[in-house]
Design a protein around this ligand. Structure first.
Ligand code: ADP
Ligand code: ZN
Length: 808
């Protein structure tokens, strides 16, 4: 018998395939195999089966891990495209597309089918209920029911489908339990905290107890340690010894989102304009043809409603659907609206799911149990069966681009490619489309659909407050005008959102005598001062230390905290509005699985008057009682060193503006800035995206920035400064030889030149936009080939990352 040869992709950075042989006739692309690799074994993915004998001696496959392909042809093709275009290995792309990567060995398990099943014998019923209540591997089940009748029942169940067999990673299948703390039952909390309150002074552990008792218990040990300095293994142990709290082992909390309402009859009747848009989308959907649309409509114009109707139609056509959203935790209402109409047909995916949860969702989609996937970036790979519609909501959002690890893909572009391969319709929706999509419309690659009005409410007005003019008329960081508007809103019992972009960034310690600001020894940035914990923190590398008492340089003790991070803004607001209840939302307060949700719920239910936050609050949140939104300093975004700073600023302001006054009450957005004449601010004031886009595109064209070019950024990293510079220089020499002089920029040190023990440099090239995956791969291949022939000694100590269509 002739040997079967297979090409295998491994999840390593090496951009080539490896050929093995096997006698397993059922082997097919999309199955995982266990094969010898160098001196060990590794899991790889079969991407090709063929009869071409290679020149070298092949090694045999040790074991085929899957009975049937776990990746279908489209997904293999899609990952191959990613491999070429984003210049990663095919295996890396496959790894990213699978729920828990390739690195698991599979194990067959059985589970009971949901819902009512008739024609079961009594024995069947017993088995079914037992399996429903316990987790069995197929082997365990076969062992448990191994006698004649029982054995037959199991067989029959599998054949009839009331028992389902599915494969699951052998590792990490246990529900992990972790240590939680709770108040002991016999403790009279009121009395106890009352007593402690009255005491003149209390110990740190007693203080910790008081704080702890106010939390939503039980709470995990780990999260307490992260929460505050008060909680240490010592203080917790001390409180336990006192008999006030006890530890319990509990599973990690599961998603509270489960309690959603399913009311499919509540689907809304589309307005006339929505109907027109919907009809255009339905056309290619009905023929199962590829089409791509840019749905442009301000926040609140009814885009989501159009998605829902299009999705419903796709389902009626027997197709599945895929909805990408920037970040699931930030869009609970969007998810709820889909859930209301589609209920259990939806699998919600998000980054904070455990591996097991992710794997289960993946299985449910793959088996066709669920027809719709909703999730962030990585959900673009969800194994939705026969997808008819792919929605990319907020298509401009930066979170769609993966930066690390490789593959550095852009989920919007992967979505378009997937739609192509699956003959699906893709809708890119946004109130502020990215320049790339705007240009694609101009080139007639996407069809433009517009929703110009808001069905309910009006656009909020945007007031620009020039900080130049308000010099001397400031209340803390607020202009008098914004201050007074907040006061009035508070009197009317309405809510306020204050935005300070960048958490804690500008909050730092400064020496009053010599002006020195403590710098991080790990990255070349200023350390952020966190007053509550009294620490200095490097947000990039995670380095932290107790706040300095003396100036590092001159020894002066005259240090003061400066600037305004969200935390400082919170304190300043507490002084300005002593009676208002404040809430803060930034990366520091939203850690933990449901951090966002909690703050979101608190604010929505009126437990706070003013929400202070970073750009996080600008995303997807919808509060009917908010009538004043203040952007405290719009210039922080513009100062960011990127050609996209203006675009981001415009998007941010539009999003914030969209937040205000979505309900009946009109809202006003106040933007404080030193640069009122900046186009991003000027046009945001009049909600004039088209004017902004025109000006922005003209600028980009002049400088040949994307979307007028395809930009590829190379990152060079090494612990050795001289090596990183040398390699970056030489690499650019090679690049100039291959591509010509004028398309190469750099090399230069990165914005953050030193991080996690590595020096970082970068360089980039601007290629023609028309370059497709094969062309990009070819050019990069020749650049690396050239570089290999001229690279300096010691070059291997420098890592080079390639970021195609980089967006920072
Ligand atoms: P977008 O996705 O563009 O921000 P939404 O679809 O969320 O807009 O619509 C904004 C608000 O208007 C939502 O509260 C939504 O329920 C409501 N809405 C949208 N379309 C309709 C419609 N056809 N009939 C009634 N209400 C609608
Ligand atoms: Zn000093």
């Amino acid at each position: 018998m002739s040997k079967i040869y297979i090409d295998i992709a491994f999840p390593t950075a090496v951009r080539r395939l490896f050929t093995y042989h096997t006698k397993e006739k059922h082997i097919a692309p999309g199955m995982r195999v266990w094969v010898p690799l160098r001196k060990e074994f590794a899991i790889g993915m079969v991407v090709q089966v063929h009869q071409r004998k290679p020149e070298f001696e092949t090694r045999p496959v040790e074991r085929v891990l899957d009975e049937s392909p776990i990746m279908d042809e489209t997904m293999l093709k899609l990952t191959e495209w990613i491999h070429r275009f984003y210049y990663c290995s095919w295996g890396e792309a496959i790894q990213a597309a699978l729920p828990v990567g390739l690195n698991f060995a599979s194990e067959k398990r059985v589970r009971a089918k949901k819902g009512f099943i008739d024609k079961l014998t009594k024995l069947d019923e017993e088995i079914l209920s037992e399996i429903r209540n316990h987790d069995y591997t197929l082997k365990e089940a076969q062992k448990r029911w191994r006698d004649g009748k029982e054995k037959a029942a199991i067989k029959r169940g599998i054949a009839a489908g009331w028992l389902q067999v599915w494969e699951e990673p052998r590792q990490k299948v246990d529900y992990k339990t972790v240590k939680h703390w709770q108040i002991k039952e016999d403790v009279d909390l009121k009395k106890l905290t009352g007593e402690l309150d009255k005491r003149e002074s209390i110990n740190k552990w007693e203080e910790a107890f008081v704080e702890l008792s106010a939390l939503d218990l039980p709470v995990t040990h780990q999260s307490l340690l992260k929460m505050s300095d008060l909680y240490t293994p010592y203080t917790l142990k001390r409180i336990e010894e006192e008999g006030w709290i006890e530890s319990v082992e509990l599973p990690v909390k599961s998603d509270p989102d489960q309690s959603r309402e399913f009311e499919p009859d509540k689907i809304k009747t589309l307005s006339e304009t929505q109907e027109k848009v919907y009809r255009e989308i339905r056309e290619p959907l009905s023929k199962k043809q590829f089409a791509s649309f840019l749905l442009y409509g301000v926040t609140g114009s009814g885009k989501t409603e159009v998605y829902i109707h299009a999705l419903k139609y796709a389902l009626e056509q027997g197709c599945g659907g895929l909805v990408l959203v920037p970040e699931i935790a930030l869009t609970p209402q969007t998810v709820q609206r889909f859930y209301q109409i589609f209920g259990d047909q939806i699998a919600v995916l998000h980054s904070r799911m455990s591996e097991r949860e992710r794997f289960e969702a993946w299985q449910q989609l793959k088996s066709g149990d669920k027809k719709i996937a909703i999730g962030p970036r990585s959900a673009v790979f969800a194994p939705v069966q026969n997808p008819g519609l792919i929605v990319v909501d907020e298509e401009h959002d930066a979170s769609y681009k993966q930066y690390d690890p490789s593959p550095r893909y852009h989920a919007r572009d992967v979505a378009i490619m997937r739609a192509h391969m699956d003959n699906a319709v893709v809708i890119l929706g946004s109130a502020t489309p990215g320049m790339v999509s705007v240009k694609a419309v101009m080139e007639e690659k996407h069809t433009l659909l517009q929703l110009p009005d808001r069905p309910t409410g009006t656009m909020p007005s945007v007031e620009i407050l020039s900080l130049k003019e308000y010099k001397g008329a400031m209340r803390g960081p607020l202009t008098v005008e914004l201050f007074e508007e907040i006061e009035k809103a508070l009197e009317r019992k309405e809510q306020i959102i204050l935005l300070y972009n960048r958490r804690g960034y500008a909050s730092f310690l400064q020496c009053e005598d010599c002006g020195h600001v403590p710098q991080s020894p790990e990255s070349s940035t200023s350390l952020t001062y966190h007053k509550k914990k009294n620490i200095l923190l490097d947000h990039y590398s995670g380095y932290s230390r107790r706040a300095d008492k003396r100036c590092e340089l001159c020894g002066s003790e005259n240090l003061s905290s400066k600037g305004s991070g969200t935390q400082q803004v919170e304190e300043e607001m507490a002084e300005l509005f002593p009676d208002a209840r404040l809430l803060r939302m930034d990366r520091d307060t939203t850690s933990g699985k449901f951090g966002h949700r909690k703050i979101y719920d608190q604010f929505l239910s009126g437990h706070a008057d003013i929400l202070i936050g970073t750009q996080l609050v600008a995303k997807g949140l919808d509060f009917p009682n908010v009538t004043v939104v203040g952007v405290i300093n719009a210039d922080t975004e513009l100062a960011f060193p990127s050609f996209r700073a203006g675009e981001r600023m415009f998007q941010l302001l539009s999003q914030v503006a969209g937040r205000a006054g979505r309900a009946e009450k009109p809202g006003v957005v106040y933007v404080q800035t030193w640069k009122p004449e900046h186009p991003a601010i000027k046009h945001a004031r009049t909600h004039d995206f088209k004017a902004f886009a025109r000006q922005e595109l003209a600028n980009r064209e002049m400088l040949i920035f994307p979307p007028f070019s395809r930009m590829i950024v190379f990152h060079f990293k090494s612990p050795s400064w001289s090596k990183v510079q040398m390699v970056a220089d030489r690499f650019c020499d090679g690049m100039r030889m291959v591509t010509g002089e004028n398309v190469v920029m750099g090399p230069s040190p990165s914005v953050i030149e030193w991080m996690n023990g590595q020096y970082q440099w970068e360089a980039n090239i601007k290629l023609k936009r028309s370059h497709n995956a094969f062309a990009v791969e070819k050019i990069l291949d020749s650049i690396f080939e050239k570089y290999d022939s001229i690279k300096p000694k010691g070059a291997s100590a420098v890592r080079i990352n390639v970021d195609v269509d980089a967006i920072e």
